[in-house]
Design a protein around this ligand. Structure first.
Ligand SMILES: [Mn+2]
Length: 303
């Protein structure tokens, strides 16, 4: 079983060589079906949360999906990334590792990961880490759910009628060469997948306070995206919340439910779920478990 360890450069190069044929690449959009799934949101330098999630998955069975943001903020981003990628290598058909907006050179220079590497005398590993970022897919379909770090992508990027790009259109916009992706997402569409946030509002899209080229997506955009792509639910991470937030299609919001809360899959049709697994933010660390038609929130309480 896996343990939390810190890699040397040769460990990481070896891992990269082995993973190059296993990590699916930026343009990949896999379609998986599984009766049992564990979803992990932002872990931000806390490998103990990832390990907890992997152990839970070991008992739950099925697949586990990491929704991005492995580094920055917390002090053990290197260990966290190494743990998750070793799990991917060991169980390639069961472990999925999506890219977050912190798998980015620009973010790492601002939010702590480069400083962490420097303090550990491991800046020499960063080139390999960027190569690994370039191999991480942006999105994945599990059952009838769209999973991504941030969200869906606008067409005209306006509040009025603005049907989102379909998954096929998004895919066609993504360059196929991993080298184009190794530092930061290279296109506006890829940026939005990693950065956009849902809002329980009646607009289609609206500019986000997060910055230029980033948008909030409202209820009509979610409805249309799900219809156009034959999907039921969006499952994403990215946004600080108390463990889990559900935005229902009628605009109701449920945030911070108690540990062990459950929902029937059919009652979440049309919803956007935010899974937040960060310990750093002090907002409630959650994992979302799916098993045979039922979603359960598991709160992580570890010392
Ligand atoms: Mn994020």
């Amino acid at each position: 079983m896996l343990e939390i360890t810190s890699p040397q450069k040769e460990d990481l190069i070896k891992l990269y060589d082995e993973l190059a044929g296993v990590l699916e690449g930026p343009r990949w959009y896999g379609t998986l079906s599984s009766r049992k799934v564990v979803f992990v949101g932002d872990t931000h330098g806390a490998p103990e949360v990832s390990l907890y999630a992997l152990r839970l998955w070991g008992k739950n069975g099925g697949i586990i999906v990491f929704l991005g943001d492995y580094v920055d903020r917390g002090s053990r981003g290197l260990e966290n990334l190494y743990l998750i990628l070793r799990a991917k290598l060991e169980w390639p058909k069961e472990v999925y590792v999506l890219r977050g907006n912190h798998e980015s050179k620009m973010m790492n220079s601002w939010y702590g990961f480069l400083e962490e590497l420097d303090s550990k005398g491991k800046t020499g590993l960063y080139d390999v880490i960027l190569d690994l970022y370039g191999l991480m897919p942006y999105m994945l379909k599990v059952n009838k759910w769209f999973t991504v770090h941030g969200g869906i992508v606008c067409r005209k990027c306006i509040q009025d009628y603005d049907p989102p790009l379909t998954i096929q259109e998004i895919q066609e916009s993504i360059p196929g060469n991993p080298l184009d992706h190794r530092e930061d997402p290279p296109t506006p569409e890829a940026l939005q997948l990693l950065w956009n946030d849902p809002r329980p509002n009646d607009y289609w899209f609206s500019p986000s306070i997060r910055g230029a080229g980033i948008f909030y997506y409202g209820l009509p955009a979610v409805k249309r995206f799900l219809e156009d792509n034959g999907l039921d639910i969006i499952i994403r991470a990215h946004e600080r919340c108390n463990a889990l937030r559900i935005i229902y299609p009628d605009g109701r919001v449920d945030e911070g439910p108690p540990d062990g809360s459950t929902w029937e899959e059919k009652d979440l049709q049309g919803s956007v779920l935010t899974v937040f697994s960060s310990r750093y933010h002090g907002a409630g660390t959650g994992l979302l478990i799916y098993s045979d038609g039922l979603f359960t929130l598991r709160r992580v309480n570890i010392d």
